[in-house]
Design a protein around this ligand. Structure first.
Ligand SMILES: C[S@@+](CC[C@H](N)C(=O)[O-])C[C@H]1O[C@@H](n2cnc3c(N)ncnc32)[C@H](O)[C@@H]1O
Ligand code: SF4
Length: 414
């Protein structure tokens, strides 16, 4: 259960006390269009709101900078919404301020919309220190772009990605959604080859999640679900896996395939992180807290010199360990020593039995030191993630969207 009883501003100092390094997440909740399947916290772009948002984020940065001091920030991710809507409209000042206020030891990872990738904007991103760029491509057949209500054609998005690839970023990732209504296996095969031939360094492939509080989610839950859907997704994912592995990509997370020899684009690379902006979430060892989702409330609260935190949950050691394990498995491989370093407990004595069972049923390989997820394991994590996203994220995000300052959100019964 998450509750509205977070530590006071003074007590936040204690939460950062023994943290030696952390990641940074910045949420930009603005889009020029609202997509009918999207679960994220976003609203339509408005110039005056964006100006006030910029000033509020800068104030939030200053608050945390005074606590974090010179602790190294070793990963920085800007997500949304659509961060590129703010190019030329405040994102430059925010990024500049972050690099001045924190001890930044990393480059920028940022999400973008294809329609924002003009040559001018790409040059701007490069000069802001962006090395890792993700583009919401979503489909490679016009009819599926139409189903998703995306405001571009395949030929337009291909040109945008071509421009991005030619910029020499360390990694260009494209997001692709599969298992769309009426999509055939042949179309998946055609799209898979199309993704590989675009020259991008990474593709993140997600099955279409059906969030009940989105328009497409509501329609599809009634029409298509259960075993046939699981089977269709499994087969489509296999087609994509074969194409990516043949083309020299490896699985770099449950969803993503990265070209050998390139560094992956990813959202969270360090286990502890601070989230800025409306709906920014922070995880600091024994606490997880979330800013209000409501953009106007976020701005108003910061303008009144108050913290925009809406919900928090204290995490027991067992919850911290389980969360750690989930995210490391999600990244597909990890070293048991890292668990031991973090929790001062032997990994095998805590999770040895469970790992043995998962290894026996072919979900992972354990060489004694390192645990690596198999393709079969990745698929079932996909399926679990689907259920988890719909249930957990549906409750948390669905509720938080409706109520800016909920008293509590019950995530699991009992
Ligand atoms: C914040 S958006 C990416 C940037 C930009 N806003 C855009 O749409 O191009 C994050 C990504 O989540 C994925 N996504 C959003 N809703 C989804 C859903 N219901 N099921 C599966 N993937 C989804 C899409 O691939 C999307 O590119
Ligand atoms: S998918 Fe991207 S562009 Fe569409 S509403 Fe969501 S965040 Fe905005």
């Amino acid at each position: 259960m998450m509750e509205n009883n977070h530590p006071s501003a003074d007590n936040f100092y204690i939460k950062f006390h023994d943290i030696t390094e952390l990641g940074l997440y910045l949420h930009i909740p603005f889009c020029h269009y609202i997509c009918p399947y999207c679960p994220y916290n976003k609203e339509l772009y408005q110039d005056d709101l964006v100006k006030r948002y910029t000033a509020s984020v800068i104030k939030e940065i200053d608050y945390y900078a005074s606590i974090i001091g010179r602790r190294p920030v070793t990963s920085f991710y800007i997500g949304g919404g659509t961060p590129t809507t703010m190019l030329g409209n405040g994102i430059e000042s925010i990024i500049d301020h972050i690099y001045k206020a924190f001890n930044m030891k990393c480059h920028v990872h940022i999400e973008s919309h294809p329609n924002d990738l003009s040559q001018k904007n790409l040059d701007n991103l490069k000069s802001l220190g962006v090395k890792y760029l993700s583009v919401g491509l979503e489909a490679l057949q016009d009819k599926h772009l139409k189903t998703l209500n995306r405001p571009y054609s395949v030929s337009e998005v291909a040109q945008a990605i071509d421009r991005a690839v030619n910029m020499g970023f360390d990694c260009v990732n494209v997001d692709f959604i599969f298992a769309l209504p009426g999509q055939t296996y042949e179309e998946i095969e055609q799209a898979g080859h199309g993704l590989v031939n675009m020259g991008v360094q990474q593709a993140a492939t997600y099955p279409l999640f059906r969030f009940p509080y989105t328009q497409i989610g509501q329609n599809l839950i009634k029409k298509e679900s259960g075993i046939p859907l699981l089977f269709k997704r499994r087969k489509m994912l296999r087609i994509l896996e074969d194409i990516f592995y043949d083309a020299g990509f490896y699985r770099s997370s449950v969803w993503a395939f990265t070209r050998e020899g390139t560094e992956k684009y990813c959202s969270v690379t360090v286990p502890l992180y601070l989230g800025l902006g409306a709906s920014g979430g922070s995880y600091l060892k024994d606490i997880f807290f979330l800013n209000t989702f409501n953009v106007t409330e976020y701005i108003k609260t910061i303008e009144q010199n108050k913290m925009p935190v809406a919900l928090s949950v204290d995490l027991s050691e067992n919850m911290q360990m389980a969360g750690w394990l989930y995210w490391r498995i999600y990244e597909t491989r990890f070293n048991k020593n890292d668990f031991e370093k973090r929790f001062k407990t032997g990994f095998d004595s805590k999770y040895g039995k469970e790992m043995k069972i998962l290894s026996r049923i072919g979900f992972l390989n354990d060489d004694g030191q390192e645990i690596a997820l198999t393709d079969k394991g990745a698929y079932w994590l996909h399926a679990f993630e689907d259920w988890f996203s719909i249930d957990f994220i549906g409750k948390l995000w669905g509720n938080s969207k409706n109520v800016p300052w909920p008293d509590k959100v019950v995530l699991t019964e009992g």
